[in-house]
Design a protein around this ligand. Structure first.
Ligand SMILES: Nc1ncnc2c1ncn2[C@@H]1O[C@H](COP(=O)(O)OP(=O)(O)OP(=O)(O)O)[C@@H](O)[C@H]1O
Ligand SMILES: [Mg+2]
Length: 242
């Protein structure tokens, strides 16, 4: 089956259960929102899906068991991520950051160049291509972080709080860009966000976790009115704009 799946996932940190019996699926072309309160385990689950965390349970990609694969091997297989805090390569320009990511994903030099040019274009980063990446304004830095996760032909991309720190205009712009990604790249997207305005408009389906366990899954319209979700999360500060 074409999907990224996590089954029976558990993660513990020295006595703390960070995740327990999580089952998550995202299909190609689907945008899945992964939401929940601070400390719920969203980043930990991202780490599981992308090879950064030891865990129990199984991860499969398009029918292949990839449990225990390294982040690098998973990246080459098309599983990509961004980090909650942008981690750009310092001392490199914007274009060099994309080149390095493309080479790291296994593309040859000429293909990496073509990929970089296409992403510079698609993410309107062309005018900044020769700028040192870490000296970009914050919004552009985050945009480059997302572009970098899309090098090559990713199967699934996990974005950990892509809108954090963006103003409303930047967040709207991000929504339009992300909405186009599954179609343009044929990949599945998992988006972690506390920006409910973005999440409710962007996602086809939501997966809510709380205290390391699945609280609910369903369409945004269902989740928005789910009493359990409202009590655990939406009622407590995360704003759900109609
Ligand atoms: N390396 C670690 N060592 C010990 N505990 C950790 C570690 N990483 C995460 N935790 C704990 O695991 C739980 C889940 O954390 P996680 O970062 O996955 O939450 P989150 O849902 O991403 O939260 P936020 O919305 O604040 O980013 C928290 O209780 C956190 O303190
Ligand atoms: Mg997190």
């Amino acid at each position: 089956m074409a999907a990224l799946t996590a089954s029976g996932i558990g993660v513990g940190f020295a006595g703390l259960t960070a995740l327990e019996d999580i089952h998550l699926t995202v299909s190609p072309g689907e945008v899945l929102g992964l939401i929940g309160p601070n400390g719920a385990g969203k980043t930990t689950l991202t780490n599981v899906l992308t090879g950064f965390a030891r865990h129990t349970g199984t991860v499969t990609v398009d029918g292949r068991d990839v449990t225990g694969w390294s982040p690098q091997k998973l990246s080459r297989f098309g599983i990509r991520r961004t980090f909650q805090n942008v981690r750009l390569f310092g001392g490199m320009t914007v274009a060099e950051n994309l080149d390095a990511a493309a080479l790291g994903a296994g593309l040859r030099r000429a293909a990496a160049r073509r990929c970089t040019r296409a992403l510079l274009d698609r993410f309107d980063l062309g005018p900044h291509s020769e700028v040192e990446a870490t000296s970009l304004p914050y919004g552009l830095e985050r945009r480059l972080g997302i572009a970098r996760a899309l090098v090559g032909e990713p199967r699934y991309v996990v974005l950990d709080e892509p809108a954090a720190g963006l103003n409303e205009e930047e967040s709207n712009e991000l929504l339009v860009r992300l909405r186009a990604v599954p179609e343009q790249y044929g990949c599945g997207l998992v988006v972690i966000e506390h920006d409910m305005r973005l999440i409710m408009r962007l996602c086809d389906r939501l997966h809510v976790i709380d205290h390391g366990r699945t609280l609910a899954t369903g369409a945004p319209a269902e989740i928005r009115v789910d009493p359990l979700v409202i009590e655990a999360y939406l009622g407590s500060g995360a704003v759900s704009h109609g």
